[in-house]
Design a protein around this ligand. Structure first.
Ligand code: NAP
Length: 235
């Protein structure tokens, strides 16, 4: 799919990777970007229209889709994370439920609302923001990893379903990004603008998956080897 003249809906567009996607989309020639945000504010970016959306609220998602019937590309970017003390943390179930509402059910709700719009507009594309943590789980981040594994699974089934609609489905896998979500992490992080630009290039090249940094490439490659990364993750 080409970005030039596309109409894009980005969830979680007010900061972090979502804001980088919005800026890169305008730079790559998108004709309009619907910036999906929970709390609309005044925006000065030409071509960007803020739309209120909370991806955990079906009525909010439906109202957003209703206003954006010309969308040709959906970017399911909104996400959240939390920490547990270990896999035996008594709060793990509650913390996992909180993350699943946004990172898994939120992606499903938003996709189901927008897929018919994309089909009506010729097919278009969906980008789902996943993670290298799709394929490994460290104890303190185990609820987050579970959500990304789950949404990877959904993405793979969705891709098959939407082929008949000519909708391209691209999964973005990436390690740590320099955003609020990982502000406590001292390990190397990628620039979200660079990752957004690489992802849009991959979409334009017709790809269905992108490993956008060295870490996600290493993790993915190891899966079929004798020493898969998930047995001894270092991050
Ligand atoms: N940061 C990393 O290291 C990293 C690595 C790999 C993948 N990712 C993924 O990249 C995506 C973007 O994360 P980020 O790093 O840019 O994080 P971020 O800076 O914390 O931004 C998260 C965005 O998601 C929005 N959001 C959260 N819950 C929402 C909800 N229920 N409805 C609508 N919007 C909601 C936030 O809105 P508010 O401003 O209203 O809170 C914010 O705009 C996520 O899917 C994340 O899992 C991040």
């Amino acid at each position: 799919m080409k970005i030039q003249n596309s109409v894009v809906f980005v969830t979680g567009a007010n900061r972090g990777l979502g804001l980088s996607f919005t800026q890169q989309l305008i730079a790559h020639g998108a004709s309009k970007v619907y910036a999906g945000v929970r709390n609309p504010t005044a925006t000065e970016i030409p071509g960007v229209v803020q739309i209120k959306i909370d991806v955990t609220d079906p009525a909010s998602v439906a109202a957003a889709a209703e206003q954006c019937g010309d969308t040709t590309l959906l970017i399911n970017n909104a996400g959240t994370a939390n920490l547990v003390t270990s896999t035996l943390d008594p709060n793990l179930v509650e913390k996992a439920r909180q993350l699943f509402e946004t990172n898994y059910y939120g992606v499903i709700l938003t996709t189901q609302a927008f897929a018919p719009i994309l089909a009506k507009n010729g097919g278009g594309a969906i980008i789902n923001v996943l993670s290298d943590a799709t394929w490994f789980s460290i104890p303190i981040l185990s609820p987050y990893s579970a959500t990304k594994s789950a949404v990877w699974s959904f993405t793979n089934a969705l891709r098959i379903n939407l082929r008949d609609n000519h909708t391209q489905v691209l999964g973005l896998h990436v390690g740590y990004l320099d955003t609020d979500l990982s502000k406590g992490v001292t390990l190397p992080k990628s620039d979200p603008s660079r990752i957004a630009a690489l992802t849009l290039e991959a979409l334009e090249n017709g790809q269905e998956e992108i490993m956008a940094d060295a870490q996600s490439q290493t993790v993915k490659k190891s899966l079929s080897g004798d020493h898969p990364y998930y047995l001894n993750p270092t991050a």
